[in-house]
Write a new protein. Structure first.
Length: 368
């Protein structure tokens, strides 16, 4: 039995039982240290003497959780008080086929999670070792005492404090962008938000296409445009299903970035400069796909899959950008009057300029 999913299942099923309408999206938080459960891998070791629970970790503070898809837990009723749980592209029922029980403490108005392993009952809590007191990330424990064994389960809503919001990492000309990949469907609750995918790549240009459907399907890698840098102004409405799949999307996505899980094949995805580009700001300040400076792709990140030998920088261009282009050049002789896209005159020969978008003799062109 996969230990980490047993743990997660315990938490989720109990909460679902306590709710009149338990099916939905939730976060689980420890009573003692206010740490939120998040799923950082999809593997575990079922050894009852030394269970591997490192795939489920805890992060301190709701501010860290509101924009983290790995804290979003969805459960649906199977039968009576039995519920299946989904998080980060995996399912309890699919992997372990088992639903444990949980005890609700009316005195504490919280839950104690327990499981029977080799005839012994153990309670699951947040790690109470002082070593973790000032750490941002902590671990699960089967030996915690007191309130460290108690849990609250909180519905995720569009309004209120326990929401899900996008925290963009890229700012271009007053707009904010975030590459995004999550296992839940969603629509936009806040105004001024859009989702895009990449339909095709042509040289140094990637065609950025808006998604017109209201609901973005689960497990769809997208680029999200926001009007604010603050998550509480970039709120999503989460959906159990819905949206139309996009068959020609050139974006791909990853769920995890947990380098401590050295024996898991899915815990990290190493960046491959030959076949991958990540969303960023180009050298001339435009939105595009560039080489990553990090060893691994970030968790819940969409990235652009490219053919080996592709340009290091690929501009993200919408349909109007493509329509405004007057040509595509390779290296060419006798090209004069060259300016950058922002109007700065380019010195030297056209052949020596890096690939990019330029104004040549009054026309906007791409140089390969």
């Amino acid at each position: 039995m996969n230990k980490f999913l047993l743990v997660l299942s315990c938490l989720i099923c109990n909460y679902a039982f306590a709710q009149l309408n338990g099916t939905g999206f939730y976060r689980v938080v420890n009573v003692a240290d206010s740490r939120y459960i998040y799923v950082s891998d999809n593997t575990g070791d079922p050894d009852p003497k030394a269970p591997d629970m490192g795939a489920v970790q805890l992060i301190k503070g709701l501010d860290k959780a509101v924009s983290n898809p790995s804290t979003v837990l969805y459960f649906s009723q199977i039968n009576g008080n039995e519920y299946d749980i989904k998080a980060q592209g995996t399912s309890v029922k699919q992997i372990i086929g088992h639903t444990p029980s949980i005890y609700y403490s009316s005195r504490a108005d919280a839950y104690q999670v327990y499981a029977t392993v080799s005839g012994a009952t153990v309670y699951l809590g947040s790690e109470d070792d002082p070593y973790y007191a000032n750490k941002e990330v902590s671990m699960l424990s089967i030996g915690a005492k007191g309130n460290y064994n108690l849990w609250k389960v909180c519905p995720i809503t569009e309004e209120g404090d326990n929401y899900f919001g996008i925290k963009p990492t890229i700012e271009i000309d007053g707009k904010y962008y975030q590459p995004f990949y999550a296992d839940f469907a969603f629509s936009f609750f806040s105004e001024g938000m859009k989702a895009y995918y990449i339909k095709y790549i042509s040289g140094i240009a990637a065609h950025l296409v808006p998604i017109e459907d209201e609901i973005i399907p689960a497990s769809t890698p997208v680029i999200i445009e926001c009007s604010s840098s603050e998550p509480d102004k970039n709120r999503l409405k989460l959906h159990a299903s819905g949206g139309k799949s996009i068959s020609d999307n050139k974006l791909k996505g990853v769920y995890f970035n947990n380098p401590l899980r050295i024996y898991s094949k899915d815990a990290v995805t190493k960046f491959d400069q030959n076949t991958m580009r990540v969303l960023g700001k180009t050298s001339d300040g435009k939105l595009g796909f560039v080489l990553s400076t990090a060893k691994n792709l970030a968790a819940n990140q969409a990235y652009l899959s490219v053919a080996s030998g592709s340009e290091e920088t690929i501009y993200a261009m919408n349909s109007n950008d493509f329509a405004s282009l007057d040509g595509v050049f390779g290296d060419a002789d006798n090209v004069k009057n060259v300016y950058s896209i922002i109007g700065t005159r380019c010195e030297g020969s056209f052949e020596e300029l890096p690939a990019g978008i330029y104004i040549v003799n009054g026309k906007k062109v791409i140089k390969k």
